[in-house]
Write a protein that binds this ligand. Sequence first.
Ligand code: FAD
Ligand code: SF4
Length: 331
Amino acid sequence: MRPFAFVEPTSLGEVIRQLAAGGGQACPIAGGSDLLGLLKDDVVAYDRLVSLAGLEDLRQIREEGDGLRMGALVTLAQLEYDPRLQGPYRLLAEAARSVAMPEIRHQGTLGGNLCQRPRCFYYRHALTPCLKKGGVDCPALESPYQAYLSIMGGHGCYSVHASDLAPPLLALGAEVSIAGPSGVRTLPLERFFAGPERDVRRENVLAADEVLTAVTVPAAPPAWRGTYLKARERTAGDFPLVSVAVGYALDAGRIGQARLVLGGIAPVPWRSPEAEALLEGQTPSPTLAARAAAAALSGAQPLAHNAFKVEIGHAVVERAIMAVAATLRGQ
Ligand SMILES: Cc1cc2nc3c(=O)[nH]c(=O)nc-3n(C[C@@H](O)[C@@H](O)[C@H](O)COP(=O)(O)OP(=O)(O)OC[C@H]3O[C@@H](n4cnc5c(N)ncnc54)[C@H](O)[C@@H]3O)c2cc1C
Ligand code: SF4
């Protein structure tokens, strides 16, 4: 690990000033559960780490209008246990509970989860150059270790977005607040993530002197329910091979307001408008669930060694759709 300065501002303005003064060599740190590993392994290096820990305001979950505003420093454990994450919001608590192990969930934050760096084995190996680290090619493409690589949306880089919180937040229609030198801007979470076609070295649209301050989810219809299912190699402490957030309401037995977002399969969380359209207006059934799964994964272009993720994707999508039906029917 290379030496760095560690600064601990107590105001958002000072955080932004410290980042801006760093000229690209300063980096925000929240819980450190992702960043410290990268620093220790010399995958990344910065002159200055700017701690967000002094921003007490960002630790709160607040009811706002009929929705919820969650500060960027809210921990995964808070999301797991907060009594307000019930009913339509329960899938977010389920996703938080699926992350890693309790130690990481108490340390890791919402903002850090959405801004975490890829888990690609080659990216995390300091001695292996790759496109994301400024190299000229992607060693993962020729490798047999492709379980945690993409089956959709890879453009030269096939790392996936590993966040477990992103799919349920997208399904809930979340917005993010971003603070920078010219104030605060908000944008739909869907537009926060960015694939390699935009900039292979980054996974989102944050500038070097910006921080994510909050995530807001609007009021969900009271009868809307969702679930988050995650397939992984080990049942604890593992990232998603494939995951899915599915939610909808039932009106006279027919599906309305369907949302379906896949995780672990693409460089960005992958919403499927095709599957959502197919579900709308229909009665949930195993046949419909299978058709929706086929629609969600119809664009899959697996690599040489990860076609099995398509099959897993079908299974988790079908199960999630039927699980929501069971919840809504009180089964
Ligand atoms: C063993 C292990 C298992 C894990 N398993 C999972 C898993 O199953 N699912 C999963 O989703 N994650 C998993 N993780 C990743 C885990 O680190 C994140 O889930 C955690 O939420 C990161 O939060 P943090 O506050 O510790 O982030 P940090 O390490 O502090 O930051 C991570 C990155 O985000 C940036 N950042 C942090 N906060 C902000 C902000 N507010 N604005 C702008 N940039 C910011 C940092 O600069 C850094 O680049 C695992 C990690 C480990 C070590
Ligand atoms: S998939 Fe992306 S992060 Fe992984 S080695 Fe290839 S370029 Fe690097």
